[in-house]
Ligand binder design. Sequence first.
Ligand SMILES: NC(=O)c1ccc[n+]([C@@H]2O[C@H](COP(=O)([O-])OP(=O)(O)OC[C@H]3O[C@@H](n4cnc5c(N)ncnc54)[C@H](OP(=O)(O)O)[C@@H]3O)[C@@H](O)[C@H]2O)c1
Length: 276
Amino acid sequence: MQSKRYVVTGGNAGIGYEIVRGLAQKSAEVVLVSRDEARGRTAQAELQAATGAGKIDLVVGDLGTVAGTRQLATDLLAAYPTLDGLINNAGVWMTRKVLNEDGLELSFMVNHLAPFMLSQLLLPALQAAGHARIVHVNAGLYVKGKVDLQKTPYGKDFGRIRTYANSKLCAVLTLPEQARRLAGNSVTVNMVHPGVIRTGLGDTSGVVGWLLRQVKRQWATPLQGAVAPIWLATAPELAEQCGIYFNEQVPMPLADNAQDEALAAALWQLSERLMQ
Ligand SMILES: NC(=O)c1ccc[n+]([C@@H]2O[C@H](COP(=O)([O-])OP(=O)(O)OC[C@H]3O[C@@H](n4cnc5c(N)ncnc54)[C@H](OP(=O)(O)O)[C@@H]3O)[C@@H](O)[C@H]2O)c1
């Protein structure tokens, strides 16, 4: 896999950290994207020393705003003319409503709009590779989502669980159209629920936080969470698979709430407008 080059967002922690490790172990060149330079440098140094194989680059980029996501795409395109894979892994589970400088609720931005943007903006480099793959790390909880385009993007229906599910549902709603548009472009796109994994996602303080940390002890490790995303990015038998949602390594039909074509079309239009 010497010649393969992958971008992994949120590569400094959790599942993303293990995705970077796994790809580097396959002798790939991995571009680790971190929003924080110091955390990114630490992860890069640890992983490079631990794998001894591949090559791990660090690119700093914040997916929390439209401008930050655009800047990241510009930096990636300038540094890497070809990309064999984009693993949209970065994600947030917001426990309180935060609006970014664009007036967008942060989980809508990070979990839906940023991967939506990167997938489009990095297309020239993905196409140049000739056989590239986009892998979106989603969450099975999307089935609980209910998206209202007047409210969800702006946090007007914010809820501690609902908002995470809604933001992941937004991403799933756009999967079929992404796949349709990529047909014939030598780039595939698929989505994956990585399992229920013990990471810092959604951590909070107080009693609720303490209880959550106890429950998480039973959950699978980030190493296990990286298995399916790495498989989707690299397995030769998946080269032609496109537009499929995987529960770990099992293909699944989209839930009813992700099959609303009118909502999906309206969300696509809105997302294109918001990313300008
Ligand atoms: N853990 C689970 O059980 C589970 C289940 C289903 C799906 N997932 C999905 O798996 C993915 C990885 O989650 P995880 O569990 O590994 O969580 P995590 O340990 O909290 O890691 C999330 C990563 O995303 C990065 N990130 C957050 N906001 C960002 C921003 N504005 N710009 C750039 N990077 C940002 C984080 O950076 P910082 O370190 O700087 O915060 C971190 O590197 C997410 O998409 C999540 O929704 C996880």
